[in-house]
Design a protein around this ligand. Structure first.
Ligand SMILES: [Ca+2]
Length: 327
């Protein structure tokens, strides 16, 4: 039976690829997608989600809810330098031959439910069955835990893209973007006792969608989705070497979805991890107790942290699902 999934996301160029992967994988049943401010403000990322859903047209269509407008305590910091002004590679630049926009404004329902309310509704409907995959700042999840910790214990598992354990950060020298954006939320989630697998930069940096792969595997498909992938990733592919020191789009969020599909893609360590919520130079740092001392002298572990990834197996899964021809 497929896993019942809620994806909490801030689309986002790599979020879009993660959603395509999730919605095209028979191992998963995406019950709902909830949005959160992160890569761009929540109104924009919600609009981006509907652009993606209109292209994919999944049947049945997942429920959608809109989440937090900003972090619990901080001002919102977006990632538009990487993801473009619209958070999705500046799709407004593209035109059809007749001059009309290639990506017209999607239809966003005016009365979307609240993300936390929808997560609660689904927990009540499917107790002990839901896997929450978080691809953005952990604000919605922290709000849900603060509002009703008992109910949240009925979540089966959480898989979160976030953090940098032994690897450098990507927004500061030590902090990863999702955790840095809302460190207080991340700390609440890490402390909550929920069964959480963290998919940090240590592994996500190893999986990249290069221009060569896009040109060889995706462009030749010549359908609307492959056009979307090559359009939405073009800006990141161009800036990745200069801005991120990467060879292409780093598949942070798709790897978190990959872990839900095939947990054996990663190897994890069971660790005690805390978030720096105050430091001037270390804010948003995920601090893991990696000391070589007896376990009983450390605080109890709270997270399964991915340290190794089978790059080849993930990339072939990713490309196989992404390149499936769509009508
Ligand atoms: Ca994201």
């Amino acid at each position: 039976m497929p896993k019942r999934i809620v994806v909490d996301t801030d689309p986002g160029v790599d979020d879009a690829l993660a959603l395509i992967l999730a919605l095209r994988s028979p191992e998963l049943k995406v019950e709902a997608i909830t949005t959160v401010a992160g890569n761009a403000p929540v109104e924009q990322v919600t609009k981006n989600l509907f652009t993606i859903l209109e292209l994919l047209d999944p049947k049945p269509s997942p429920l959608v809810a809109k989440g937090a407008e900003g972090p619990l305590k901080k001002q919102l910091i977006t990632a538009t330098t990487i993801h473009g002004e619209d958070g999705l590679g500046e799709l407004f630049r593209y035109r059809n031959p007749d001059g009309s926009p290639r990506y017209p404004e999607p239809k966003v329902p005016p009365d979307l439910p609240n993300a936390v309310a929808l997560i609660f509704e689904l927990i009540d409907r499917y107790p002990q069955e839901l896997t929450l995959i978080t691809l953005g700042p952990l604000t919605n999840l922290a709000r849900a835990i603060l509002a009703d910790p008992q109910r949240m214990r009925r979540v089966r598992e959480v898989i979160s893209m976030g953090g940098a354990i032994s690897a450098p950060g990507n927004i500061t020298p030590v902090a990863e973007f999702n955790v840095f954006t809302d460190p207080n939320a991340a700390q609440i989630v890490f402390d909550s006792g929920l069964p959480l697998t963290l998919v940090p930069l240590d592994v996500t940096r190893k999986v990249q969608l290069t221009k060569e792969l896009i040109d060889a595997e995706i462009r030749p498909l010549h359908d609307r989705l492959s056009q979307f992938i090559s359009d939405s990733t073009a800006r990141v592919v161009e800036f990745a070497p200069k801005v991120e020191g990467a060879e292409g789009v780093i598949l942070h969020d798709p790897l978190a979805v990959g872990v839900a599909i095939k947990p054996s893609l990663i190897k994890t360590h069971w660790l005690h991890v805390q978030v720096e919520t105050e430091g001037h130079v270390t804010e948003g740092m995920t601090v893991a107790d990696l000391r070589l001392i007896p376990e009983e002298r450390k605080k109890p572990a709270n997270l399964h942290v991915a340290f190794e990834v089978d790059v080849e197996r993930f990339m072939s899964l990713f490309l196989e699902r992404i390149c499936r021809r769509s009508s």
